[in-house]
Design a protein around this ligand. Structure first.
Ligand code: AMP
Length: 282
């Protein structure tokens, strides 16, 4: 695995690969890598000649400075994990390299950034677009790989790919959420749960599954109220537990039995905010 810290250096090697007609797959991450991230690397390796990953804890996507400061940084371990998984190139830029000047661009995300994560984390998706925009322009990937764990983020990236003509040829791959054996979605934030909290956390996935089992056409309010109640009883404080159209993320309170649905949840367990989701109609 080759490691690059500067944009100019990574651009140079990417150009060399392109001249040799090699396909480039890219997986952006914020590090503290777990098997969820590594699954994206493995999927990329199946499809592309060269697998490029990046680790950059992006300050502009954190609306809570404390969350940014406390975000786990485990670079040495990450390097080993990437090496063992067969990642070819790691980009480890500095903040100056990614943001050499003021970033004041506004990305037209419309309603997508006004709901769920967008509503509870103002500016989060603008920050995600800022960093992804810069990374994509440096790496010029053919294929990009994102986790379904961050369902709304996948939709935001799809929108970015559609609205910026320079990304026209990039193909998006959404990789299913990798879970612990007890169902908890793998997340770098799980590292910050106490052992008591860690025992409680699987209730999130259990609740999502229950909703899927009990889904029926008609009014969905009881179903989501019960889900919120179940989470609260276990000691979680939900920001939201909602059922939405799986393609538009418009909240659905009354289901016609046909629209594709996804259940989305964000909840605090102590000080740690966890998110998860489950598609309900496939
Ligand atoms: P992050 O480092 O949290 O920015 O995540 C980097 C990428 O890994 C994003 O595309 C995430 O959606 C994806 N990811 C994180 N956790 C998981 C998981 N449990 N399963 C699959 N993909 C994941």
């Amino acid at each position: 695995m080759k490691l690059f810290k500067r944009t100019n250096d990574i651009k140079e090697i990417i150009n060399k690969f392109k001249r040799n007609n090699l396909s480039i797959g890219f997986i952006p991450t914020m590090g503290a890598l777990h098997n969820g991230h590594l699954k994206l690397i493995l999927e990329c390796k199946k499809k592309c000649d060269v697998t490029v990953s990046s680790i950059f804890v992006n300050p502009t996507q954190f609306n809570d400075k404390n969350d940014f400061n406390k975000y786990p940084r485990t670079t040495e371990k990450d390097l080993e994990a990437l090496l063992n998984t067969g990642c070819d190139i790691l980009f480890l830029p500095s903040e100056k390299d990614i943001y050499p000047s003021e970033n004041d661009k506004n990305y037209p995300l419309g309603a997508l950034e006004q709901v769920f994560e967008g509503a509870f984390r103002p500016g989060h998706f603008q920050g995600v677009c800022q960093v992804v925009d810069r990374l994509f322009k440096n790496i010029s990937p053919d294929e990009v790989f994102f986790g379904q764990k961050d369902y709304q983020q996948c939709m935001v990236i799809n929108k970015l790919l559609k609205t910026d003509p320079s990304f026209e040829k990039i193909n998006m791959n959404i990789v299913p959420t990798v879970r612990e054996t007890d169902g908890l979605a793998m997340s770098s934030r799980n590292l910050r749960l106490s052992s008591e909290e860690r025992k409680i956390a699987p209730v999130i996935y259990e609740t999502l599954q229950k909703v899927k089992q009990n889904l029926k056409p008609g009014d969905l309010t009881n179903l989501t109220d019960e889900a919120k109640h179940r989470l609260a009883e276990a000691g979680l404080v939900p920001d939201y537990f909602s059922i939405a159209h799986a393609e538009t993320l418009v909240q659905i309170n009354n289901w016609n039995g046909k629209d594709p649905l996804v259940a989305l949840v964000a909840a605090f367990l102590g000080k740690i905010r966890l998110i998860d989701n489950l598609t309900l109609t496939n």
